[in-house]
Design a protein around this ligand. Structure first.
Ligand code: PMP
Length: 288
């Protein structure tokens, strides 16, 4: 595998950054997880847009333009002959001193890794997931805004550890008011009749790109889509529940905190949305 670092390609074993990079020392940086399907990079513009929004929020100057980043992602995929896979785009604050101050960092670093991802076992897509709500609440907007896709993922990792301890792959995180926010690496949806519901972004979730795509697909299928505040009660009493994410795509949830959701099997609308998502992903995106 060849890894892109600051304009050059390195073999996997030589793809290294400094121990003084503030991305490592303080989690000071941002990233995107992107998918390629069938020789195209899906939703690349949206991912690069979101990277620039995250950069703006943390006052980080990405050393490449939108167009240059697009070309770099495509070049990294092509260098690795990747037609199908997962791309990790990272921008770190760069090499600095042993102190928090980002002004002491010389220049942000851009890293692109194009490889494969296996997030959840395939049987979870056919049988559905069993997930739990955890005690770790989602970050406050006024602290580390969850909309920033930063390298500081400890909030999510703490929740993931709780999920693991409960024998689950994913965890529902509530916000400080007790409303459902999202999962550790996925957005959450429920279906009630012909209604598709997902927490509002103000509940403390990432502005998920898969979330937006699935909402569009649902509207096209005639579902009524809304974003109300949701509680665990709403989840427990849903007809169907699923999670979305670039890596996860659309994954059904059949049990939450011991409560069986709907029929206890992946619901028909969830399965239909996953199918439509695959269809769309396989025929659109930046060509490689
Ligand atoms: N929430 C969190 C916390 C995430 O890290 C992610 C991405 N893995 C998502 C939601 C899903 O976002 P997207 O659909 O843009 O991948």
């Amino acid at each position: 595998m060849k890894v892109f670092i600051d304009g050059r390609f390195y073999d996997e074993k030589n793809a290294k950054i400094s121990v003084f990079d503030h991305g490592l020392l303080y989690g000071d940086g941002i990233f995107e997880g992107i998918r390629a399907y069938n020789g195209r990079v899906f939703r690349l513009k949206e991912h690069i847009d979101r990277l620039f929004f995250s950069a703006k929020a943390i006052l980080l100057q990405i050393p490449l333009t939108h167009a240059e980043l697009t070309r770099a992602v495509v070049a990294t995929c092509n260098k690795n002959k990747l037609r199908e896979g997962y791309i990790r785009l990272v921008v770190t604050r760069g090499v600095g001193t042993l102190g928090l101050n980002p002004n002491r960092c010389e220049k942000p670093s851009v890293i692109i890794i194009a490889g494969k991802i296996k997030l959840y076992p395939p049987e979870m897509y056919t049988n559905g997931m069993d997930i739990v709500t955890v005690a770790t609440t989602r970050n406050l907007h006024s602290a580390v805004n969850p909309a920033i896709k930063s390298l500081n993922y400890l909030n999510n990792i703490l929740a993931k550890i709780e999920a693991n301890l409960a024998g689950c792959e994913e965890a529902i995180m509530l916000n400080s008011q007790g409303f459902v926010s999202e999962c550790t690496g996925d957005n959450i949806f429920i279906i009630r009749g012909r209604q598709l519901l997902t927490p509002p972004l103000s509940a403390g979730s990432l502005y998920g790109i898969t979330r937006a795509t699935v909402m569009d697909l649902a509207r096209q299928s005639g579902l009524e889509v809304s974003e109300p505040d949701l509680t665990r009660y709403d989840l427990f009493n849903a007809d169907e529940c699923f999670l979305t994410g670039t890596a996860a795509e659309v994954i059904p949830v059949v049990k939450i905190d011991g409560r069986v959701i709907g029929s206890g099997k992946p619901g028909p609308l969830t399965r239909q949305l996953l199918e439509r998502y695959h269809e769309l992903a396989n025929r659109s995106g930046e060509p490689l």
